[in-house]
Design a protein around this ligand. Structure first.
Ligand SMILES: O=C(O)[C@H](O)[C@@H](O)[C@H](O)[C@H](O)COP(=O)(O)O
Length: 258
């Protein structure tokens, strides 16, 4: 059955980092509330880079139900969990060490498999299947929220321009050993997983993103990895950016309100 056309992205641009961080926190809390009311849990995927520190508005916020969070990584570097390159370490230092998510609800890679990328990716995929398959009985998992960053070349998660994985339409978790951004070995959500989420939110800030954000939003036909994020209906894509990053974007902004 053909899916209805994806909804166009919603672009929110904020004058400064403080208003971006607090609005993103309100947005996540609304998503959490809806998910918990409906299913008693909130399934979230996080990325590395600058994303974890943009979640600081949630730390100490009385409305966050951390015990309902089930966290996966949209992409992870295949390194030990105490390696400075690990997204899990970054998220732990920035967020998890400061809040009360039950450790068994934070899904890190199995580091006994660091030397077998394929097995490691399969094992992570099985963890997603355990979390989602029986409950939702869907071909692909339906995350309540996937939070992504955008790299300077337009990549997102570990989906890089021109890479064969852009065409992966079957697996949930893919692996690569040739990431142009170090470290080379990574696992990543595939597009079907990202595009089946209920909400996908990119977070991008700073003047360093200005040209790439313009290309991704105003010239989606170029097919850069971040432009290929198009959640299927009823899923919705959001961009949380600052005015420095969106300065050259023609695409229309939406005033933020919940
Ligand atoms: O593991 C990774 O490398 C990240 O998940 C990656 O996809 C990141 O989100 C972007 O490169 C944006 O990074 P910044 O937010 O630091 O620009």
């Amino acid at each position: 059955m053909a899916h209805p056309a994806p909804h166009p992205p919603i672009l929110y641009s904020f004058p400064d980092a403080g208003s971006l961080v607090s609005s993103l926190a309100s947005f996540i809390l609304k998503a959490q509330k809806e998910a918990v009311e409906k299913k008693g849990r909130f399934t979230v995927a996080l990325s590395g880079g600058s994303l974890p520190k943009m979640l600081s508005g949630l730390i100490g916020h009385p409305s966050v139900k951390w015990d309902k969070w089930h966290v996966f990584y949209a992409d992870e570097r295949v390194v030990p969990l105490d390696d400075p390159d690990s997204n899990h370490l970054l998220c732990t230092d920035t967020l998890f060490s400061k809040v009360a998510i039950p450790p068994e609800q934070i899904h890190a890679i199995d580091t006994s498999l660091l030397d077998d990328l394929e097995e490691l990716a399969d094992t992570y995929e099985k963890e997603l299947i355990r979390e989602f398959a029986q409950k939702d009985a869907a071909r692909f998992p339906v995350f309540d929220l996937i939070l992504l960053g955008m790299g300077p070349d337009g990549h997102t998660a570990s989906l890089f321009p021109g890479h064969a994985l852009l065409a992966e339409d079957d697996r949930w978790i893919a692996w690569l050993d040739d990431s142009p951004k170090p470290p080379p070995k990574r696992i990543t959500f595939t597009y079907p997983v990202i595009n089946h989420a209920l909400r996908v939110a990119f977070v991008a800030s700073g003047a360093g993103k200005v040209e790439m954000l313009r290309t991704v939003l105003d010239e989606p036909e170029k097919g850069l990895p971040s432009s290929r994020v198009k959640p299927v209906s009823p899923g919705q894509l959001y961009w949380f950016v600052d005015d420095a990053a969106s300065a050259a974007v023609q695409y229309s902004r939406t005033a933020f309100k919940l």
